[in-house]
Design a protein around this ligand. Structure first.
Ligand SMILES: CC(C)(COP(=O)(O)OP(=O)(O)OC[C@H]1O[C@@H](n2cnc3c(N)ncnc32)[C@H](O)[C@@H]1OP(=O)(O)O)[C@@H](O)C(=O)NCCC(=O)NCCS
Length: 417
């Protein structure tokens, strides 16, 4: 178990301490929002997965905090796995750089093991923080800034869909959003499985609006059945030349290509809106190919989720491989040495693999961080090797393993947690 910094206690937190949690969070993440307003927002935390470091010499004041979201059915290539979404990580500025985060990471890893979660994902406030703990960059996200009327290619069936615009509320749309979002099979597509997260996501507090309107939803229907949605907000603006309104699409889900085409066709034709932004698309989102002129949409990309393999054999057995594979991996893992050493991974394409310890010579050598990057299929082992992060010990094994570790659908997550 973790070494807690001297003078501090590890404490389990509960709803009674919500104000303390928010106060510490506001020290970690500066905001102009009023804590009384923040207290009104349904809290997304799962309290049985929320822990603090408290200073007993200061009345038990909370100085460190971390939590995890339960993603019990997180899509990975070819399957679903229980994953812990590390979140709400914060240390009071007075206590920073004294090892609090390091201790909390060890606590988190121990809890993941106890709960049988072989993988942890997170979205990072700063990309430089988590690599040292064995988290590898596993997915990227793309943003687009689209002008009104941006042309889309035709997709058969798109015109047959009907589209409904409404104000998004938990009561009316919570179940629909949770269901459609949870049915996406893209690796890394964590969904809001807990009731707390679902309530939070649909709460539409004025704190989240930033001067924009209430949360709107566009629901696409086929034969009266919802098959996709987009959550978005518009913001009105005017200058001497007229309307300069904008819309921001927070998230969209489409069951198929025609639904995506129908949703974007409507989002790109909103009255008084000259610009539409979206910031959280997977790199292979269909919108990139449906746009006639993607360059005009000013694409950009950023790091998205980071993956940490907690239990190597369980994680490797928990996904499928898209080509036959028989490879010996030599792993280093300073923080979880139980993962280190040589492992033989054998798999027939798209079938259940086997993973076992071996004394055979290794084909590839890498750190657990790099395996985290390759795990969801977003970064190839060959790409990691090109950056000097994977060593090919037996010629020819890198290409074969790279193909096997890939996946037809790229990884992505539609929201920041
Ligand atoms: C990021 C944060 C949690 C780090 O906590 P901390 O208790 O200061 O971290 P630790 O003392 O355990 O540092 C562990 C190591 O990580 C490094 N580190 C910590 N924060 C870092 C950062 N922001 N960037 C780069 N390295 C960082 C430390 O230098 C230290 O390195 P070392 O082992 O080589 O000495 C804290 O600074 C914080 O609350 N920041 C604001 C909120 C935030 O960004 N939270 C993360 C949300 S994803």
């Amino acid at each position: 178990m973790a070494t807690i910094p001297a003078g501090l206690d590890l404490v389990a937190l509960d709803a009674e301490r919500l104000r303390d949690v928010l106060e510490l969070d506001m020290w970690a993440f500066p905001t102009g929002d009023d804590i009384e307003e923040m207290l009104k927002i349904p809290n997304p935390l799962s309290w049985d997965r929320t822990f603090g470091l408290a200073d007993p010499s200061d009345g038990g004041r909370l100085v460190g905090l971390h939590a995890s979201y339960p993603f019990a059915r997180c899509p990975v290539p070819g399957g679903r796995l229980p994953v812990a979404g590390l979140t709400w990580v914060g240390v009071h500025p007075q206590w920073r750089r004294r090892g609090l985060l390091s201790a909390m990471i060890d606590v988190h890893f121990a809890h993941c093991r106890d709960r049988g979660e072989p993988l942890s994902l997170l979205t990072a406030s700063e990309p430089a923080i988590y690599g040292r703990f064995g988290y590898g960059l596993s997915t990227r996200k793309a943003g687009l800034t689209l002008r009104r009327g941006a042309a889309l290619r035709d997709v058969p069936g798109a015109d047959e869909l009907s589209v409904v615009f409404e104000t998004a509320t938990a009561a009316r749309h919570g179940e629909l959003v949770a269901r459609l979002h949870g049915s996406v099979e893209r690796p890394g597509w964590v969904t809001r499985e807990s009731a707390e997260l679902q309530r939070y996501w649909m709460s539409d507090s004025p704190v989240f609006r930033g001067g924009a309107e209430a949360q709107r939803i566009l629901v696409a229907e086929r034969d009266g059945e919802p098959v996709g949605y987009a959550l978005f907000r518009r913001k009105g603006a005017w200058d001497e030349s007229g309307s300069k309104g904008s819309a921001h699409v927070q998230e969209y889900v489409a069951a198929d290509a025609a639904v995506a085409r129908a949703i974007w066709g409507r989002l790109l034709d909103l009255d008084l809106v000259v610009e539409v932004t979206v910031g959280q698309l997977p790199l292979d989102d269909p919108l990139f190919l449906q746009l006639v002129d993607v360059r005009a949409a000013r694409p950009s990309w950023q790091d998205n989720t980071w993956a940490r393999i907690i239990d190597l054999p369980a994680a490797l057995v928990g996904r499928r491989y898209q080509a036959d594979l028989d490879v010996v991996l030599e792993l280093s893992d300073a923080r979880l040495p139980g993962n280190a050493g040589r492992w033989r991974l054998s798999a027939a394409a798209f079938d259940v693999p086997t993973v076992e310890r071996t004394s055979s010579p290794a084909d590839l050598a890498l750190d657990i961080r790099e395996l985290g990057s390759a795990y969801l299929g977003g970064f190839s082992l060959a790409g990691l090797a090109a950056a000097g992060l994977v060593a090919e010990l037996v010629p020819g094994t890198l290409a074969r393993a790279s193909v096997a570790f890939g996946w037809p659908v790229g990884p992505g997550s539609s929201w920041i947690f």
